[in-house]
Design a protein around this ligand. Sequence first.
Ligand SMILES: Cc1cc2nc3c(=O)[nH]c(=O)nc-3n(C[C@H](O)[C@H](O)[C@H](O)COP(=O)(O)O)c2cc1C
Length: 204
Amino acid sequence: MDEIANNCLRPPALEVEVHPLIAGRWSPRAFADKPVETEKLRSLFEAARWAPSSYNEQPWRFWVATREDPEALERLQSYLTEGNAWAKSAPVLVLSAYRTHRERDGRPNRVALRDLGAAEQNMAIQAFAMGLVMHQMEGFDRERAKRELLPEGFEPGTMSAIGYLADPETLPERLRERELRPRTRKPLGEIVFPLSGASPALAG
Ligand SMILES: Cc1cc2nc3c(=O)[nH]c(=O)nc-3n(C[C@H](O)[C@H](O)[C@H](O)COP(=O)(O)O)c2cc1C
């Protein structure tokens, strides 16, 4: 649990207790100049592998580049938008994608992106449990990533920056302020609705 405590710079204001891994996970922008051990990286994809998916189709795929292969890492970095340039300090970048049609019958898989999201959340939680951090991004050149890297029948999902957390002081001013801002969420009352008065009042 020490790893979780060390990485949990921004504990949320919880309405109800949840597991420290869920409460503590967040999306930092400051990455330490330290590589990620291959075994830990493998654990992340093992975690992704065991996510639930519709018909167990497992439509998720991941393209990975680490600092050990600077050319590959630069290639993934080149897809990032200007707003996500901070992610260039991460020692690992991952491009995720999903299969658009089901393998079992060739029909469109309406929940493939949702299944990919579940796999990525498994990765983020596993990362946090091992003392790593992971930050997902939608801001990248999807068309170019698709054209240059993905096989036929796949659509890009997100890019993720993975690594060890660094001191927020290492960030430029504007990003440092965002890095330290309290994390917020909509209240339970805005997202959960009892169907009738006989249902328990879950929103408190
Ligand atoms: C699908 C997805 C796309 C995201 N895209 C970006 C992005 O392009 N740039 C960025 O800085 N953060 C991005 N984020 C991070 C969110 O801004 C962040 O998860 C949200 O503000 C909640 O903060 P927390 O993860 O620290 O709890 C993305 C998150 C998700 C799940």
